[in-house]
Design a protein. Structure first.
Length: 239
């Protein structure tokens, strides 16, 4: 998997965590390890996810007031100034959610790199720290039933379904087309539809053409994202 900067800072620590966990799980069941490891990583990232989701929810709550400002002030410069003033008075930073997502991206890429190039059931011992010991054997048969080392139509389908619901749950519904819609409105609506329906289809073909380990990781990650979003929304104060 290489020993460059990205690998040393992100991939190697996560890979060692995965192998360490694998040495603890009875039978070194790769499927169970992937599920447990993905959940643990999502829990570590939970504070960032929480802040990002809360920012998005606050921005959605403010849409009505921002729309009123746009109607009241037609001059673009004055309009932008009033919107920024509104953000300041409400303690909102529209970029903070995006920044928090950017912080998580290296970790997400590192995880994909691990599951894509890990070579399981073989273990790259050159990547291991001195205190991490590889298990004697690694079982690629999840719960003794599903071989994760090969393509899996059923797992790819489950991944696509979980991706559909994850996007559906996290994204607001597309606004209906109106006579006064701008190019920006139409573009946002088009992106919304593509994310809802095209992305799950892409997810199916991506994981199907890779391996069961990627499919299981992707599905677990989606389910964790849905659970976290549901929990945060439930606790979020409604206007």
């Amino acid at each position: 998997m290489g020993h460059g900067f990205f690998s040393t800072v992100f991939t190697q620590p996560l890979y060692n965590g995965l192998i360490f966990l694998m040495s603890l799980v009875p039978g070194a069941d790769a499927g169970l390890v992937i599920i447990i490891f993905t959940i643990l990583v999502r829990l570590v990232l939970y504070p960032l996810s929480k802040r990002s989701i809360e920012t998005q929810l606050k921005m959605r709550q403010a849409e009505g007031e921002i729309a009123s400002i746009k109607l009241k002030f037609k001059d673009r410069t004055e309009q932008a100034s009033k919107i920024m003033e509104f953000y300041r008075t409400k303690g909102l930073n529209p970029l903070s959610g995006f920044v928090l997502i950017l912080v998580q991206i290296p970790i997400i890429f590192a995880l994909y790199n691990i599951f894509l190039k890990s070579g399981l059931p073989l273990i790259d011992t050159t990547m291991l720290y001195a205190f991490v010991h590889a298990p004697q054997t690694v079982s690629m048969h999840f719960l003794g039933l599903l071989d994760l080392s090969v393509k899996s139509y059923s797992l790819a389908l489950i991944t696509a379904v979980s991706q559909f619901f994850q996007v559906k749950f996290s994204m607001p519904a597309a606004k209906p087309q109106a006579a006064g819609d701008t190019f920006k409105d139409n573009l946002a609506r088009s992106m919304n539809v593509q994310m809802r329906y095209l992305f799950p289809i892409m997810a199916f073909f991506i994981v199907y053409n890779l391996s069961g380990t990627i499919a299981l990781y992707w599905t677990t990650n989606n389910l964790c994202a849905i659970a976290q979003e549901w929990y945060i929304r439930r606790k979020f104060p409604k206007k």
